[in-house]
Design a protein around this ligand. Structure first.
Ligand code: UD1
Length: 363
């Protein structure tokens, strides 16, 4: 195999690249790991490298935060230089963050083949920045590695050449299955004094939910009411933290059974999730992880790009419907939470299936 460049940038990228990097390494492939630095706080980035036993990145751009245009453009300028320096045979991008699109665009213009892992997901909501990133990245990628059959259908409906589409399963589950046992060593349950099945989790970071104080207040109020059933641990994303300084919100949280904490590392979070009774979230990855772990998930968004977690898994879309959310939490506590089945190829072998295809194509 020639040199493969793998790109990470933001928190949800690390657990998608880690198993593939490891698999390609075990096959003797030459690799360069690029970190754009879209996420840079220790608990949004460095801790994931440690928890996932990833090597230090070979190249780090330190891009940081900024508007979409400025962040994307700055990543592109740096990545173009890296491409000129390294001349790789293939670039692997994952997910739907700005780093994913920025690096794909550079490759498409330079004629460098792109493999997109987690291809074909669609929320059909173009107000989400991630939806734009997904559509554009898929439209210029050469290898489209899909996590579920619905993703294949989306790509075919958009007229993508079927020869480019490879249904390989969900790579996040490779990391999850490898980490569940390791996460037993985490002390987070003890630190919070939690019992298995005795608590819920809340995560919120989507711009549509957290960028307006009214919207965030509405959702946090619902979570506070849900916390009458049990304590809820709320690791707060930096984007969300900015608004929680609002006095009304702070008072509301103080008088509830919600426990706030800093963003958690991967193993701590998996330890919490696998021991929890339920999860309230607007994250895409957590919808998938909770399905894989059989934990009921109530998604505080109007749609999902991961519909298989609803049709087969433990996920229910509740949006901002407080009545629905509270009735489902009540059902969970009566032992009638949604159980589900594991979608096809969410089996821990996705990185191996991807490597087989890559190895064949570029050797
Ligand atoms: C990004 C991704 C989103 C993903 C999320 C996971 C895009 C468009 N969005 O959203 O798809 O679900 O990551 O977390 O790529 N900040 C820090 N420290 C950090 C990173 C960010 O304090 O390490 C703060 C900054 O103030 C920044 C804000 O969080 O302005 C938002 O960060 P940004 O990377 O722009 O988007 P996310 O909301 O994290």
């Amino acid at each position: 195999m020639g040199t493969i460049v793998s790109v990470v940038g933001a928190r949800p990228n690390f657990m998608k690249i880690a198993p593939l990097y490891e698999e390609i390494k075990s096959r003797g492939g030459s690799q360069i790991l690029v970190h754009t630095g879209q996420h840079y706080d220790e608990n949004m980035s460095k801790i994931f490298f440690e928890d996932l036993s990833m090597p230090e990145p070979d190249v780090y751009f330190g891009i940081g935060s900024g508007s979409h245009a400025s962040q994307t453009a700055r990543i592109m300028l740096e990545f173009e230089k890296t491409m000129l320096d390294t001349n790789p045979e293939l670039v692997v991008v994952v997910g739907d963050v700005n780093s994913t699109l920025a690096c794909s665009l550079v490759c498409a213009k330079m004629g460098i083949p792109i493999a997109h892992v987690e291809s074909g997901l669609r929320s059909f909501d173009r107000t989400m920045p991630e939806e734009i990133n997904r559509i554009l990245t898929d439209s210029i990628s050469d290898f489209l590695f899909t996590p579920s059959i619905d993703a294949n259908e989306n790509l075919l409906n958009e007229g993508v050449d079927p020869g480019k589409i490879h249904f390989v399963g969900n790579i996040m589950i490779d990391s999850l299955l490898r980490s569940v046992e390791k996460s037993n060593k985490s002390t987070i349950m003890k630190e919070f004094g939690l019992e298995t099945n005795g608590f819920g989790i809340l995560t919120l970071h989507r711009p549509s939910n957290v960028d307006s104080p009214d919207s965030l207040l509405d959702l946090v109020e619902s979570a506070c009411l849900a916390s009458d059933y049990s304590q809820i641990i709320f690791p707060v994303h930096p984007r969300t933290m900015k608004l929680l300084e609002n006095e009304k919100l702070a008072n509301l949280i103080k008088s509830s059974n919600l426990t706030l904490c800093e963003p958690l590392g991967y193993l701590d979070f998996i330890s919490l999730l696998s021991n929890s009774k339920f999860v309230l979230t607007d994250s895409g990855g957590i919808q998938e992880e909770s399905t894989a772990l059989g934990i009921p998930c109530l998604t505080m968004r109007e749609n999902t790009e991961r519909p298989i977690t609803v049709s087969m898994g433990t996920n229910t879309i509740v949006g901002k419907d407080r009545g629905l959310l509270l009735s489902l939490v009540s059902e969970i506590f009566q032992g009638r939470g949604k159980t589900g089945t594991i979608p096809e190829y969410w089996d821990g072998e996705t990185s191996s299936r991807i490597s087989d295809i890559i190895q064949f194509a570029i050797s």
